[in-house]
Design a protein. Structure first.
Length: 232
C-alpha cells in the first residue's frame, strides 16, 4: 500500500464511521430487531428461514432476535399449517405500530445534509467512483462483500425478482411444460448471477442463499414454497 492510498483509506474509514454516526443520530439506521419489523411490515407471515436469508444471519443469531421480539410482544411465531417444520413469523398490532413509527423516521429526507459539501454533479461523480471501487475488487472479496449489503436492499432485490418472474410466468406453475420449467430455471440462474456480479456492495444483491430457496421451491411445485423458501 502506498503512502497516498494509506491516507485515502484512513479518510474513507473516517467518512464511513461518520456516516454511521449520522444515520444513528437521525434514526436512519435500524437495529437488528427494527430490521425484522421493517421487513415484516412490507411482507408479513414470512418463514423464519427466509428472514435468515434476507438478514444474512446465523440461525442462532436470528433465533435470539426473534425471541426478544416475541417476549416483548412485537411478533408471534407459529407452525405452518401445510408443513410443521416451517416456522412463520407474524407481526402483532404492537409490532406493526413500532414498524410504522420506524418507517416514518426513514421517510425523512436528511441524507442530502450529509453530502451538502458536494455539488449535485460531484455527488453523481462520487457515486460512479464508488462503483468503480467495488468493481475493482477480486472475486473472493466480492463474494465476502455480499454480507455488507443492507438487508432492506437485499429484500427489495428479492421482491423485484419475484415480481418479474410472476409477471412473466404467472402463478400456476403446475401447468407449465417441462421445457418451460427448464427455461425458467435457466433464467433464474442467469438473474442470480447478474445480481451477484453487478449488485454487490453499493446497490445490494440477492445473496447466495436466494437461488437455493427459489430452486428448491420450484422442485416442490408450489408458489409459496418457490418464493419464500418454505421447504425449510
Amino acid at each position: 500500500m502506498s503512502k497516498f492510498t494509506d491516507e485515502l483509506m484512513k479518510k474513507f474509514h473516517f467518512v464511513g464511521k461518520a456516516s454511521n454516526a449520522f444515520m444513528h443520530q437521525n434514526k436512519q439506521r435500524l437495529t437488528g430487531q427494527q430490521r425484522v419489523l421493517a421487513i415484516l411490515r412490507l411482507e408479513d407471515n414470512l418463514s423464519q428461514s427466509y428472514l435468515q436469508e434476507v438478514l444474512d444471519l446465523r440461525p442462532s443469531s436470528l433465533a435470539e432476535l426473534l425471541k426478544k421480539l416475541e417476549d416483548s410482544g412485537d411478533i408471534t411465531r407459529k407452525e405452518d399449517e401445510a408443513d410443521k417444520r416451517i416456522k412463520r413469523v407474524i407481526l402483532t398490532d404492537q409490532g406493526r405500530e413500532k414498524a410504522d413509527e420506524n418507517a416514518s423516521f426513514k421517510a425523512e429526507d436528511i441524507s442530502a445534509d450529509f453530502f451538502s459539501g458536494l455539488s449535485e454533479s460531484e455527488q453523481q461523480e462520487f457515486e460512479s467512483l464508488l462503483d468503480k471501487i467495488s468493481n475493482g475488487w477480486d472475486d473472493d472479496f466480492k463474494k465476502q462483500a455480499d454480507s455488507f449489503v443492507d438487508p432492506m436492499d437485499r429484500f427489495a432485490s428479492m421482491q423485484k425478482m419475484r415480481d418479474e418472474m410472476m409477471k412473466k410466468y404467472g402463478d400456476d406453475f403446475e401447468k407449465m411444460s417441462p421445457d418451460d420449467i427448464k427455461h425458467m430455471r435457466h433464467e433464474m440462474r442467469h438473474n442470480m448471477k447478474e445480481m451477484g456480479d453487478h449488485g454487490m456492495g453499493i446497490h445490494g444483491c440477492g445473496g447466495p442463499g436466494m437461488g437455493r430457496h427459489m430452486r428448491d421451491g420450484m422442485r416442490m411445485g408450489h408458489r409459496s414454497d418457490f418464493w419464500y423458501g418454505n421447504r425449510f
